[in-house]
Ligand binder design. Structure first.
Ligand SMILES: [Fe+2]
Length: 392
């Protein structure tokens, strides 16, 4: 600790390495970017729904124009909440087709699958339950990430969330080598995203920004990015929800989602620990799960750390700088609650099929989830029980 300093800094790595190509029509750069990365036989990884979309048609058109007889291939079996089978099938396709790079297009799921499938290409017998026993992940196949939702920010993240066969739980696998070499953020690819998915994925991005900003880790760079992400989301998400063709709002949401993921290299909090079991046990969309738990999580944290959300409120455009701690939190939470309600995200878990007899299982997985270890305040098993009951 530095003499006279009031903060014990510890040793941190601040890292913002992903090259990001942003803009309407950015997809058109893909062939050139593939060449620059030495990719001539890419495997495109996506999910079955996306293959039917205009976004995929645009990719096909772009790669078709680029193809000079060398070919490109598609694996489209990714599940909405990815499972180990997805990784193994994608890796097998990669090897069989003799591919030399991967393009992931879609929401967070195909992007997460590609991160880990590249590990399997390098080490086919890898046991993901022993992921952290391994040390050498260098030299993975080059990877271009193209998000078609503005939520997970997986395109700039170094972690992936996969449900493992051995545990049947979502595991967060984290390693800097998992990152994409290039993220292409093209708002035109998100135009077709329906309002409900626009809202849910946007709520995920908002939760990333709020939880990472309030996570008690010293990382002022991430804090600044999280606050600007909140400002962008508050402005652009309602616009993108109301009018999907608003390219400017779509673009701001894409950048804000990437910012949320950059910010959460600080880590997340209790809302994500509540959301992960809702996906594994109840099959709920990750963004929706976050949205339904966010306000309860914020109230829980504010009650134990007064004034926690003052600067979140400022980023939302509220005049809470001079308000009391309690009032600043109250106004901020009320604002976020209103924002979610305006997006149709003010429903309860039971309206999405969650049953009271699932609460014990949810609590058990919630307390085991690592995200709440970096929550703004400690969370006990009993707290998880009360929080789930509150949102049921
Ligand atoms: Fe998330």
């Amino acid at each position: 600790m530095v003499a006279g300093s009031a903060v014990e800094f510890g040793l941190n790595t601040f890292s913002f390495p992903t090259t990001t190509l942003f803009g309407a029509g950015a997809l058109g750069e893909l062939p050139d970017r593939c060449r620059r990365l030495g990719i001539s036989r890419p495997l495109v990884v996506t999910d079955p729904g996306l293959v039917e979309t205009e976004a995929f048609a645009a990719l096909t058109k772009t790669l078709g124009q680029a193809d000079q007889g060398r070919g490109w291939f598609v694996y489209s079996g990714v599940h909405p909440n990815p499972i180990e089978k997805d990784l193994r099938e994608a890796a097998a396709d990669f090897r069989e087709r003799k591919c030399d790079g991967v393009i992931a297009i879609g929401g967070g799921s195909p992007l997460d699958v590609v991160k880990d499938a590249r590990l399997l290409v390098k080490r086919p017998k890898l046991d993901f339950a022993k992921f952290y026993d391994e040390s050498d992940w260098a030299g993975l196949a080059p990877f271009i990430a193209i998000p078609t939702t503005a939520g997970t920010g997986s395109e700039v993240g170094r972690s992936s969330v996969i449900t493992l066969d051995s545990t049947r739980r979502k595991a967060v696998l984290f390693h800097p080598e998992l990152m994409a070499e290039l993220a292409i953020l093209d708002p035109e690819l998100t135009i077709g995203l329906p309002p409900k998915l626009t809202a849910a994925t946007g709520a995920d991005a908002l939760t990333h920004c709020i939880e990472s900003f309030t996570c008690p880790v010293f990382h002022p760079m991430c804090d600044g990015i999280a606050l600007e992400g909140i400002r962008l989301i508050v402005e652009a998400l309602p616009r993108a929800y109301r009018n999907g063709k608003d390219v400017e709002a779509r673009g701001k949401m894409l950048v804000a989602a990437a910012m949320g993921a950059v910010a959460f290299q600080k880590d997340l909090g209790v809302v994500h620990s509540m959301a992960h079991p809702l996906s594994t046990i109840c099959g709920m969309h990750h963004g929706l799960a976050n949205a339904l738990c966010l306000i309860a999580g914020m109230k829980f944290c504010a009650a134990r750390k007064s004034g926690l959300y003052r600067r979140v409120g400022t980023a939302c455009g509220l005049e809470v700088i001079k308000a009391s701690d309690v009032e600043a939190d109250r106004q901020t939470i009320r604002f976020i609650s209103g924002l979610l309600a305006g997006l149709g995200l003010n429903t309860r878990l039971r309206e999405h099929g969650v049953k009271a007899d699932q609460l014990n299982a949810l609590v058990a997985q919630g307390i085991d989830d690592p995200c709440h270890k970096t929550n703004a305040v400690p969370v006990t098993e009993e707290d998880f029980g009360k929080l789930y009951e509150e949102v049921l």
